[in-house]
Design a protein around this ligand. Sequence first.
Ligand code: NAD
Ligand code: UDP
Ligand code: UDP
Length: 343
Amino acid sequence: PRRPVLHAGIESFNMGGKIPLGLKRKGLRIVVTGGAGFVGSHLVDRLIARGDSVIVVDNFFTGNKDNVMHHFGNPRFELIRHDVVEPLLLEVDQIYHLACPASPVHYKYNPIKTIKTNVVGTLNMLGLAKRIGARFLLTSTSEVYGDPLQHPQVETYWGNVNPIGVRSCYDEGKRTAETLTMDYHRGAGVEVRIARIFNTYGPRMCIDDGRVVSNFVAQALRKEPLTVYGDGNQTRSFQYVSDLVEGLIRLMEGEHVGPFNLGNPGEFTMLELAKVVQETIDSEAKIEFRANTEDDPHKRKPDITKAKELLGWKPKVSLRKGLPMMVSDFRQRIFGDQKLKES
Ligand code: NAD
Ligand code: UDP
Ligand code: UDP
């Protein structure tokens, strides 16, 4: 049963995530799991800026305190070191569930932990949402489409996924997380939202996380060759992080469960991406071909008609506009650190 949960000092009732008129923007209590990571920390910035109270739950596997340190000392911000595979007791209005490594290098590092995080972690956060009547948002992924046989990908497409491959801990994990989310919605009346996120980039990405945009940018800045895997003709669609955060918030606040594709439909081959990086950072940067990884999807591009129509959302930042903003952050972190070491 839903019951109001009052917290001393915070003026808000638990209304199953619904924001009653008059209380809007005042004291919503929000958990962001994975909030010390790349996407999570940008989301936390937006929620804090609009006046909400935010609890970040993170085990710091790929996240970092540096990403949220600027909120330390703010009474509306709390940081809890916790692994979502373990149960968690809290009272909040909304749960943004992001906890899960996103880079293939990170999620393949300990695949059993990855699938536990996706399945047991999501189960725990849904159990929490059910107990306290909070609205729950799952950050799923375009990887649920696998190596897609439909292009671009529409939400109604069921995907082409290898259940026993090296990426399965992540993509089958997220598929199960979606299933759990829908079953808690249908079976337990939990208010849920599902986002299927396409490749996202921006400031605060881990510098050496092995994803293509972070690799190319760091390589160009360090005057190393850009490593193109395979023949470089595989495609991805790259979304700037502020567009994603806007989409996640609209989804959480809107009336629709989803799933919704959130991504930028601008599609690039890896060779085209390398060219944009050369134009942005160093026209002399060389390209080096490497063997591709197993089960690498050949192409990926979101159909965002549904998000446009039902959430009134579309991305605003093109790759050519977004990349320079990421480059200045990377430049500062790579060369700032180096200067520190030298001194
Ligand atoms: P990230 O690796 O930067 O952030 C993930 C965060 O979750 C980190 O802070 C990490 O420490 C934390 N975490 C991991 N396992 C945990 C656990 N068991 N308990 C508690 N915390 C844990 O990744 P990101 O790019 O910010 O991705 C955030 C979410 O968005 C993920 O769920 C990811 O699957 C999804 N997503 C991201 C992209 C993308 O391109 N960035 C694309 C599709 C989906
Ligand atoms: N759970 C949690 N916090 C809560 C409520 C539940 O972490 O506030 C966990 C709980 O430990 C369980 C999972 O969520 O493992 C699913 O909870 P649910 O109540 O749906 O199932 P049950 O406990 O009945 O198996
Ligand atoms: N890739 C590449 N060079 C790199 C890293 C990745 O060419 O240094 C390719 C990779 O093979 C894949 C694409 O870039 O085809 C996107 O990979 P990423 O790991 O960024 O994300 P994915 O979409 O595979 O989850």
